[in-house]
Design a protein around this ligand. Structure first.
Ligand SMILES: *[C@@H]1O[C@H](CO)[C@@H](O)[C@H](O)[C@H]1NC(C)=O
Length: 396
């Protein structure tokens, strides 16, 4: 047992003259080498084109921390409840940020003042004061006072303290359909800090005339920075009238995937569109997207009043992502060394075939694994040692 442990293994090469395993060996080696060539060499050779690994560009360092700024501007006029709406009316926030909402539908409650009034929702209907738990805060118009009061001739509801009269948001409101023809202008600047590379989505070959009149189209106008809202909704696979009615969130993705070994011109943005809140689309309790906001006024006698708006709209999120790669000697060396090392992997496969599946496998096994004892042992001296040292001589 102890003697078995204190042994040393050394490598001995056995040359096998077999066509089968010889061909397998060379084919495996060729595959491994071409995989790494495909990885290291750029586009061009017929062989490497068929390898997806080409796109890994193992000879490059990559910068994935893209820095970006986005400015947006919406243009167009809409008509809503006998008023002409301009950008200041329907875009919020107005600063031209990368996330903004275009309000397409509003439920307006005018002249609200602080006071006491009956709840508007049917689920707060009551018969007597005992039905209205005093002080219970509700997710609706205000705080319950504990009294049951007349809402209309036939209906009694719990009284609230808060902004009165309470909002009724179950009414049908119209949609500003003109929003389909509004245009969105996106100005995006990016930088890859590792390579100090800067670029913007207003490419230099766009003339001032183009920028005013073009409309984005993925095939014919892929670099036009002006997008029609109806087109964005369509590219995201949505129906405009439905989305404008329930509200929703759309993503405008701008991708910058650049190979900086090529010329500056070839680093260009690509636009993609998607609906980001597709889960809420299928949700029946809270479909779409809406929010409330208010405008506050003061009468001449000093009392404050407000106009409450429940707004439904399409929120646009402009998302910028990207990475850039450039030739660098270190990843090139690492991958080249890995390539040479990996060529040895082929011998494992060939050994398995040689020692298990080939005719005469027992013979190969005997030649490959040979035990050599210490030369002082007389029997080993005679039989094994000369054979190992002078392998070329014929046996005695
Ligand atoms: C959008 O513009 C087109 C052409 O200018 C016009 O035919 C269409 O009626 C407009 N759509 C809406 C909803 O106003």
């Amino acid at each position: 047992c102890v003697a078995d442990f204190f042994t040393y293994e050394t490598t001995k090469s056995v040359v096998v003259k077999s066509w089968t395993v010889g061909v397998i060996n060379r084919v495996v080696q060729l595959l491994i080498i071409s995989y790494f060539i495909g990885k290291v060499v750029r586009h061009g050779t017929v062989l490497s084109k068929s390898w997806v690994f080409l796109h890994e560009k193992a000879y490059q360092v990559r910068d994935t921390s893209i820095e970006s700024s986005v400015v947006t501007k919406v243009k167009g006029f809409g008509k809503y409840t006998n008023r002409v709406m301009d950008t200041a009316d329907y875009v919020t926030p107005p600063q031209g940020t990368s996330v903004f909402v275009i309000i397409t539908k509003q439920i307006v409650t005018e002249n609200q003042v602080q006071g006491f009034c009956p709840e508007s929702e049917a689920k707060y209907s009551c018969v007597s004061d005992s039905d209205c738990q005093r002080g219970e805060a509700l997710p609706s118009a205000g705080i319950l006072t504990g009294r049951c009061v007349n809402y209309s001739r036939s209906l009694r509801t719990c009284e609230i303290q808060g902004w009165c009269p309470a909002e009724v948001d179950t009414v049908q409101a119209p949609i500003m359909l003109e929003a389909e023809n509004f245009t969105l202008f996106i100005k995006n600047s990016i930088r890859f800090p590792l390579f100090d590379f800067e670029k913007g989505n207003l490419l230099p070959n766009l003339t001032a005339q183009d920028i005013r009149t073009c409309r984005f189209h993925p095939v014919t106008q892929p670099f036009c920075p002006i997008l029609r809202l109806g087109d964005i909704v369509h590219f995201a696979g949505q129906d405009f009238a439905k989305l404008a009615s329930t509200g929703g969130i759309l993503g405008i993705k701008i991708g910058w995937v650049c190979d900086l070994d090529r010329s500056w011109d070839q680093c260009v943005p690509s636009y993609a569109f998607t609906r980001l809140d597709s889960v809420s689309e299928k949700n029946s309790v809270s479909p779409g997207y809406n929010f409330r906001y208010a405008r506050y006024y003061r009468r001449e006698n000093g009392t404050e009043y407000r106009t409450l708006m429940k707004a439904f709209g399409i929120r646009f999120d402009v998302l910028v992502y990207g990475n850039a790669g450039k030739f660098n000697i270190i990843p090139t060396l690492i991958n080249t060394v890995a390539a040479f090392t990996s060529v040895g992997v082929g011998t494992v496969l060939c050994d398995i075939i040689l020692l298990n599946f080939l005719k005469g496998a027992e013979q190969y096994k005997a030649k490959k694994f040979e035990e050599v004892s210490h030369p002082e042992s007389p029997s080993a001296q005679k039989s094994l040692l000369p054979h190992v040292l002078l392998g070329a001589l014929p046996p005695p």
